[in-house]
Ligand binder design. Structure first.
Ligand code: ATP
Length: 323
């Protein structure tokens, strides 16, 4: 029995979480779902956007499924706090287009250090931001990338950096990459500079399989790659730490379409498939991914973001039918 904390959050977070849980409940694997609150509605009701019992439940679960939260001015984001508290150092985004078979790769971004170390100073007219890179941080993200490639039968891992301009920080990243690559003889490894990668993603996306990179570069590349797919409604993500993982769609709470039953549930459903991969329920994960792919390619069901007029529930039902 897997203990899963679900945090639907705000807006379309609720609408996409419901059918996702329904799909998971049809699998043979047994899940104990515990629903907890976070986000703006929670703040309005209980005075905090991340209650202690939500944190406690997340800590003690095998995984967390997170919908989306609406940000509140002056308040720390619930999702950013959760990522930090649970030391979720991996941010993973599969980028797959169902209309262009050349686009099918995963970006694995270091999520805990780099330029996001919150070390900025101002001295007179000199402002400085510290880019913190550690051996340990590089090792754990690069090991994760190779282990992941092996687990899901991917053939190549590409390190992305700027070691020509940042020879010390990115030098550590690049050296660690090739030290670890030597242990994975069946997986091809190579490296590119970040600027060249930004171009290659558009010109030759088929050359990529798994990309591993530091925090800011990963942030930028992830959004560039999302642009290749078109709609946010199809993009899942995972945040993974040593003890558990949090799985969430890339999109936010989308207040503009909330309550209209037209949110695309696919990003959330594919996030749940990433959770199944993480829990080593590889076959269930593959089945869900295939059902989504077949629905997109073979059925006429399309939510408005995909150019159709079907509802959230109709899309979820079509996927369930394929499953
Ligand atoms: P937030 O502040 O919570 O991030 P946002 O509206 O700024 O909300 P998103 O929620 O990511 O950012 O939405 C960006 C745009 O993409 C919106 O127009 C939204 O309607 C659309 N969108 C996001 N997710 C989906 C989805 N699952 N299905 C359909 N459209 C979506």
């Amino acid at each position: 029995m897997y203990k899963i904390t679900t945090i639907p959050g705000d807006g379309i977070g609720n609408e996409v979480m419901k059918p996702t849980v329904e799909i998971l409940e049809t699998l043979d694997a047994q899940f104990d779902f515990i629903e907890k609150k976070a986000g703006k509605a929670c703040y309005d009701e209980c005075g905090t956007n991340l209650p202690d019992d939500t944190i406690e439940s997340a800590r003690n679960s095998d995984s967390i499924l997170f919908g989306a939260v609406t940000s509140i001015p002056q308040q720390k984001s619930a999702i950013v706090t959760l990522r930090r508290m649970l030391d979720l150092y991996v941010n993973q985004r599969p980028i797959k287009s169902y209309t262009n078979s050349n686009i099918d790769f995963t970006i694995i971004r270091e999520n805990s250090e780099g330029l996001y170390s919150h070390m900025e100073t101002l001295d007179g007219d000199v402002a400085t931001a510290t880019r913190k890179i550690t051996h340990n941080g590089c090792e754990r993200i690069i090991n994760y990338a190779f282990d992941y490639a092996k687990k899901v039968d991917r053939n190549k891992v590409t390190a992305v950096h700027k070691a020509n301009v940042l020879p010390t920080t990115d030098g550590i990243f690049k050296d660690t990459f090739y030290n670890i690559a030597a242990d994975y003889k069946n997986i091809e490894s190579n490296d590119f500079y970040i600027d060249a990668t930004a171009m290659y993603l558009i010109m030759q996306p088929e050359d990529f399989d798994v990309i591993v990179t530091t925090n800011l570069f990963g942030d930028i590349l992830s959004d560039e790659a999302a642009g290749l797919v078109g709609t946010l409604g199809l993009l899942p993500s995972a945040n993974i730490g040593k003890n558990n993982g949090l799985f969430e769609p890339v999109h936010g709470s989308a207040p503009d379409i909330a309550g209209q039953n037209k949110a695309n549930p696919i990003a959330m459903i594919l996030s749940a498939a990433l959770m199944l991969e993480f829990l080593d329920l590889k076959e269930d994960a593959k089945n869900i991914q295939n059902a989504v792919e077949q629905t997109i390619v073979e059925s006429k069901i399309k939510t408005p973001d995909m150019g159709g007029s079907n509802t959230t529930q109709q899309m979820a039902d079509a996927i369930l039918h394929k499953l």
